[in-house]
Design a protein around this ligand. Structure first.
Ligand SMILES: [Cu+2]
Length: 267
């Protein structure tokens, strides 16, 4: 934080010297500044900050096309400690079509266009809870190096087990009332499936990206990504069962563009 304040307080002249000293940090656009030190745990390299006066926004929705799949009920009968936590039937969240025919749990993120820019890692952890023997949230994004705080709110033991292809694999048993677990993922990976070694129906997906420009669609199928530097981008919408689709978008300073996606039912 001290470094950040210092960076903001620099005169244009010394900032120029500073950028030269740091080698410029790759592609530089108007309204961006670089600082010498990234947040702890983040990739090394100068940190890009986006001038709010030039920042652009994309927003839109992800629609579903085709025949709505019948929700699949999760059977917890084999595990009484889980089954007793639910009075109503529990349905798998693998394909959730909203009332307005949009999709929930789609991970939307900037796939290309940021080059080798490095962004400050959020100091706030993302929380993943194990509650009712279900992961909450079902799909979420996190920056590489940003903490994921894992809770067990259940009166039963879970064994959380991410299955990465590009990060270190681990699994940890978490007993009821135990301490929260904090983990980070060092490298970009869309997506990391998460399972529980005790309860085979438990499933979550983590999108790890090197920047803060991602979102997950909610009950209205909408997403919004704010604070983007002007540029040419490829945006991907990823869904665990329906696949992924991309669109290109060009953002000028202060642009606010709508980007709607459609994902089709699998036959
Ligand atoms: Cu479990």
């Amino acid at each position: 934080m001290t470094v950040r304040r210092l960076g903001l307080g620099l005169s244009v002249f010394s900032l120029t010297l500073f950028l030269v000293a740091c080698g410029g940090g790759g592609e530089q656009r108007p309204g961006e500044t670089t600082e010498s030190k990234p947040a702890e745990g983040a990739p090394s390299g100068p940190v890009t900050t986006v001038d709010p006066a030039t920042a652009a926004t994309i927003a839109g929705k992800v629609s579903f096309e085709g025949e709505k799949p019948k929700p699949r009920q999760i059977r917890m009968d084999a595990e009484a400690s889980c089954a007793s936590l639910h009075k109503e039937p529990v349905y798998a969240e693998e394909v959730v079509v909203n009332d307005n025919n949009t999709l929930q749990y789609v991970f939307v993120y900037v796939k290309e266009g940021l080059g080798d820019k490095t962004f400050a890692t959020s100091p706030e952890p993302v929380v993943l809870d194990q509650k009712g023997c279900i992961y909450h949230p079902h799909v979420f994004g996190v920056q590489a190096g940003q903490k994921v705080k894992i809770l067990n709110s259940d009166p039963t033991t879970h064994n959380i087990h991410p299955l990465p292809a590009n990060n270190r694999e681990w699994n940890t048993s978490m007993s009821p009332g135990g301490a929260a677990l904090e983990r980070t993922f060092a490298r970009e990976e869309v997506m990391i499936p998460v399972k529980c070694n005790v309860h085979p129906w438990m499933r979550s997906y983590i999108g790890v990206v090197k920047h803060p420009f991602f979102a997950v669609t909610g009950k209205d199928g909408a997403f919004e990504i704010k604070g983007l530097p002007p540029g040419d981008y490829t945006i991907e919408a990823w869904h665990e069962k329906l696949g992924a689709t991309t669109q290109k978008v060009t953002l000028a300073a202060k642009d606010s563009k709508t980007l709607d996606f459609t994902l089709k039912a699998t036959s």
